[in-house]
Ligand binder design. Structure first.
Ligand code: ZN
Ligand code: ZN
Ligand code: ZN
Length: 365
């Protein structure tokens, strides 16, 4: 999907605009974005060397075929290195003779230090968010891939009431849910959060040996990777039996806050204003200090990427940006709740990609 000459050109322009002469991209979302190669980072050096002169994918010989397949039709050469070669020397030989070299934030230190040793007089710079703006604005086929990922995770969440039963452990539920994620088309599962009772007050609790009980509020947050390279991420909150009045009232606040943030999404609006739409409502209900994280994060080839929907952010939303809207309320020792959807900023508003009911799900227990 998508990797093409236009993306390589964008990267080249960003490098030149920053006054550098070359970019070294290590395995990860940026490499997949530019070349389509899904290779994971490893002790053998794999990287794309991009300069005004061209683009070359450096790979160990044993992975040459995958690299050649990935870049077929792209203006990218493949330079394999053999066991016993020094791949850092190969990369150094592909760089222009002068000018700063921009290096992917994710290049392993061992590879970076080997490269630095080969380039004693050169300035090496961290790429930082060099490609973030380009990656944040999704092309239509990327939005379609994120829509398909969202459909997969929504299907799994719809089956949760059948898995959440008193007496089962969070880990049991998580294992079954993980299998359902794969059955729904994911190629890998990043995390399965099943946070019950007091555990739900910890936003990134994963799953423990705690047994579910009647009356528990349970936060289920699922994220998985699709074969397309794009991520799903969605959260729903469940309650085993009728909710207490406090839980019901807090959830009403959360749902209203989340809907207000989704309604605030449109091109030209600051990400901080979307965060404020949710945060102001939660604060007005007295839970301001119980909403302890940003409202959302971009999603694409990474599960967390730009733009971040955070308090005070002056990032201006643009059509094609896809991100989560996921406010939460966390009362330590008692309960927690979160409501997360993935939305795409369209020309005039927001398209919610995770199409599923948003009410607190009451599970008969
Ligand atoms: Zn999170
Ligand atoms: Zn999530
Ligand atoms: Zn998320």
């Amino acid at each position: 999907m998508g990797a093409g000459p236009a993306r390589l050109e964008k990267a080249r322009r960003a490098v030149v605009a920053g006054g550098a002469s070359a970019l070294v991209v290590s395995p990860g979302a940026d490499l997949r974005y530019l070349t389509g190669l899904p290779a994971p980072a490893q002790e053998r050096l794999i990287c794309l060397v991009l300069s005004a002169d061209g683009a070359t994918l450096v790979v160990p010989l044993l992975e040459r075929d995958e690299a050649v397949d990935a870049v077929r039709g792209l203006p990218v050469d493949v330079a394999p290195w053999q066991e016993g070669d020094d791949p850092a020397a190969l990369v150094a030989s592909l760089l222009p003779a002068i000018g700063p070299v921009v290096v992917d934030d994710h290049l392993w230190a061992a590879h970076l230090l080997a490269l630095a040793a080969r380039l004693p007089e050169r300035e090496l710079r961290a790429a930082g968010p060099l490609l973030a703006a380009a990656r944040a604005r999704k092309e239509p086929d990327e939005v379609a891939a994120l829509r398909a990922a969202a459909a997969g995770v929504v299907e799994v969440l719809a089956g949760m009431p059948g898995r959440l039963r008193p007496g089962r452990s969070e880990q049991d539920v998580a294992a079954e849910t993980r299998a359902a994620m794969l059955a729904a088309g994911h190629s890998a599962v990043d995390y399965v959060i099943v946070a019950s009772g007091p555990n739900a007050a910890s936003p990134h609790h994963t799953a423990s040996s705690r047994l579910l009980r009647r009356g528990d509020v349970v936060v289920v947050d699922l994220a998985g990777l699709m074969p397309s390279g794009y991520w799903s991420d969605c959260t729903r909150t469940f309650v085993l039996g009728e909710p207490s009045p406090e839980v019901a009232a807090a959830y009403a606040v959360l749902r209203d806050a989340q809907a207000a943030a989704v309604a605030a999404v449109r091109p030209g609006v600051a990400a901080g204003a979307v965060d404020a739409a949710a945060r102001s409502r939660i604060a007005a209900a007295g839970y301001g200090d119980r909403f302890i994280h940003r409202t959302g994060h971009g999603i694409g080839l990474d599960v967390h990427e730009q733009p971040f929907i955070a308090a005070g952010s002056d990032h201006v939303l643009a059509p094609g940006e896809v991100f989560s809207i996921e406010p939460g309320i966390y009362v330590p020792g008692t309960f927690g709740m979160r409501l997360e959807d993935i939305v795409a900023c369209t020309g005039s508003g927001a398209e919610v990609l995770t199409r599923s009911p948003r009410d607190l799900v009451v599970v008969e227990a």
